[in-house]
Design a protein around this ligand. Sequence first.
Ligand SMILES: [Ca+2]
Length: 186
Amino acid sequence: MRNFQILVYIPLILLAGCDNYNPTNLFKNPSFEKISKRNQATSWYSGQHAGRKAYKMAVDSSISFEGKNSFKIEQFTDQVYGVVEQPVILPKRINKRFVFSAMLKTKDVKPGDGWRLIINCRAKDGFIIKQYQSTPLTATTDWQKVTIEEDIPPETVKIDAGAILQSLGSAWIDQASFIIDPLTDK
Ligand SMILES: [Ca+2]
């Protein structure tokens, strides 16, 4: 009986001594399962550089890593960029370390800037303080997890996080995750 009591008490002591902050995925609709008008993904913004239309961007219900849907972006002519992203509202935390990850896939993406994750850390006036990007994927690749783990500059009030395509070809994103302060959850 005494041994049982010890086993019960130790976890209680550990819980009392740690930070109660539980990092959660800050993305809404992170797996692109909720669809809005014109086959777009709820809570996500997709757009391209001004000028001639060069991208098709929509939820793809024929290919997914998780659930029924992914989001597909296809570049069919020259243009500066096409992007799918979401504004992330930051929790009030002192230590602003983040981990941004997503499953990415490509088909026949030409060499160059390719398909990659991108984060813009913005000041109150919208100015980009810091930008992070992952290594571009090109050619044809199966689903792979891509991760960016970095610090958020202290003056950041808003983050836009998503993926950008800057080469001809097709690309997909699914199972996106944006977590703040993963190290403090231990
Ligand atoms: Ca999905």
